[in-house]
Write a protein that binds this ligand. Structure first.
Ligand SMILES: NC(=O)c1ccc[n+]([C@@H]2O[C@H](COP(=O)([O-])OP(=O)(O)OC[C@H]3O[C@@H](n4cnc5c(N)ncnc54)[C@H](OP(=O)(O)O)[C@@H]3O)[C@@H](O)[C@H]2O)c1
Length: 302
């Protein structure tokens, strides 16, 4: 299955602006619809959810978004996730079946394009998880399977029992989170390169980059450390050279990686969504890409 015709996706974690269902109201719904309409108009075709986002309100409000734009459902791909509970994970077959049913019902849709396991569960054998996913695939409730926060061996373990190839791995990647980029390398933040992007290329999976703007810090020009300050300065310089904004350069750096990374930009602000979508064609030259990487990494290539 080909994931999304458009290279930037909308992360829907902040669509309602609350994690408390009691705070949902008509104003929040209208803001979510305006964000969705802006994303559609900007060409965005992939929308990333999870059952827990907004305490369920983000999936729920998406039903209103889809209703507001007749015909939109068929034009887009909807990704969602399940398996995280308060204080533990649960990838048992009965619980996953419930998760899938609830997500379908909250969004008022017949099928989920990409159903993602939110995090690996050390208490469930992957064969059991795969069993539930295989059944949901056969029933047409989900069209494909993705994972999130999976390291390569965890992908391999689940893949072994699945009837279909896993299409995506959703992981944190940005100029502030480099470990997926280069296997084996000390990525400069106490983590070691984990090979997730290499595995995506090896198996033909699409990497979905979460928090691609470092949770917003890269877009807002925030820097808590000296390295962060250097990244901001570098983004600013490149932005002037490339005639884009620093936010777009931070996204362009991800989009230029050969693995076909799709950044999941988290925003409910139509202006910010348009800005992110306008980075879709930005490709950095090799020298600029490496220079930004080494600034973010804090050292030169060996
Ligand atoms: N799988 C997982 O475990 C996991 C974990 C976290 C997130 N995610 C996914 O990844 C998506 C994005 O994650 P994220 O929200 O952490 O990261 P992000 O996209 O790096 O940052 C989002 C923040 O950036 C701000 N922003 C975006 N564009 C901006 C601009 N042009 N100027 C100024 N501020 C801007 C947004 O504020 P405004 O709303 O004001 O634009 C928001 O506060 C989520 O929605 C979710 O789909 C997945």
């Amino acid at each position: 299955m080909k994931i999304t015709k458009f290279p930037v996706a909308l992360g829907c974690m902040g669509l309602t602006g609350t994690w408390n269902p009691a705070e949902m109201n008509a104003g929040r719904e209208q803001r979510a619809i305006a964000a969705f309409e802006a994303a559609l108009a900007a060409g965005i075709t992939l929308y990333d959810h999870a059952d827990i986002y907004g305490g369920g309100t983000c999936e729920e409000v998406f039903k209103a978004c889809l209703k507001a734009v007749p015909g939109a459902r068929e034009e887009i791909q909807i990704a969602t996730k399940g398996g995280i509970r308060s204080g533990h994970y649960n990838l048992s077959a009965p619980y996953l079946r419930e998760c899938i049913e609830r997500s379908l019902s909250r969004m008022g849709i017949e099928y989920i394009d990409i159903y993602q396991i939110h995090r690996p569960d050390p208490f469930t054998h992957p064969a059991e998880t795969a069993h539930a996913l295989n059944a949901a695939l056969r029933e047409g409730k989900i069209l494909s399977v993705g994972v999130s926060n999976y390291y390569p061996e965890q992908v391999r373990a689940l893949q072994r029992y699945l009837d279909v190839p896993i299409v995506s791995n959703q992981i944190a990647i940005s100029l502030g989170r480099l470990d997926p980029i280069y296997e084996g390398l000390d990525s400069g933040n106490g983590r070691v390169g984990d090979g997730t992007l290499d595995q995506c290329m090896a198996l033909g999976m699409t990497p979905l980059a979460y928090s691609p703007l470092g949770g917003g810090a890269l877009a807002r020009g925030e820097a808590k450390t000296e390295r962060g300050q250097k990244i901001q300065e570098h983004l600013q310089t490149l932005a002037e050279k490339l005639n884009h904004t620093p936010t777009q350069v931070a996204l362009g750096w991800l989009l230029s990686h050969p693995a076909g990374i799709i950044p999941l930009v988290g925003s409910a602000n139509p202006e910010h969504i348009r800005e992110a979508a306008a980075a879709a064609d930005l490709k950095l030259e090799r020298e600029d890409w490496f220079a930004l990487w080494t600034t973010a990494w804090g050292r030169n290539v060996p």
